[in-house]
Design a protein around this ligand. Structure first.
Ligand code: SF4
Ligand code: SF4
Length: 134
């Protein structure tokens, strides 16, 4: 009997997505990104004095255990709130893909702030053009 490893991997990924969807539904959180990845560099983390990312995470995906920040990846929605609050540049990296295919990545608070500014200036342009539409 031959084992189709690609089929098994895709089945596992489908099961993981379904499990994740169910989990997020129970806490009333909606997913905005089709895919994502998060990495935490515990070598440069100042967790003992800080833990700000844990306080900032809206889904409780981050927790403190064994003297370091840990992650429940199925609860992470790649919102980048942890990057925004982290006191060490490049300590947390969040990469995410929007539904329209755009890929974004953040590893410094300044990058997350820049995105927020782009979004609010985009909203301002839409509002102004609505008001002055001929
Ligand atoms: S905010 Fe950054 S430095 Fe602070 S505990 Fe979290 S990962 Fe570590
Ligand atoms: S990206 Fe958002 S959901 Fe994921 S760990 Fe960071 S703060 Fe929590």
């Amino acid at each position: 009997m031959t084992i189709d490893i690609f089929h098994m991997l895709s089945e596992e990924s489908k099961k993981r997505k379904a499990r994740r969807k169910e989990l997020l539904k129970t806490i009333g959180v909606k997913e905005y990104f089709s895919e994502g990845r998060i990495e935490i560099d515990n070598k440069i983390c100042q967790g003992i004095e800080c833990k700000l990312c844990i306080k900032a995470c809206p889904t409780n995906a981050l927790y403190w255990s064994y003297g370091r920040v840990n992650l429940v990846e199925d609860l992470c929605i790649y919102c980048a709130a942890c990057v925004l609050s982290c006191i060490v540049d490049n300590c947390i990296k969040v990469m995410r893909k929007r539904i329209d295919g755009r890929v974004e990545s953040f590893s410094k608070p300044s990058e997350a702030v820049k995105l927020l500014q782009t979004i609010s200036s985009g909203k301002r342009v839409t509002l102004v053009s609505r008001v002055f539409r001929r």
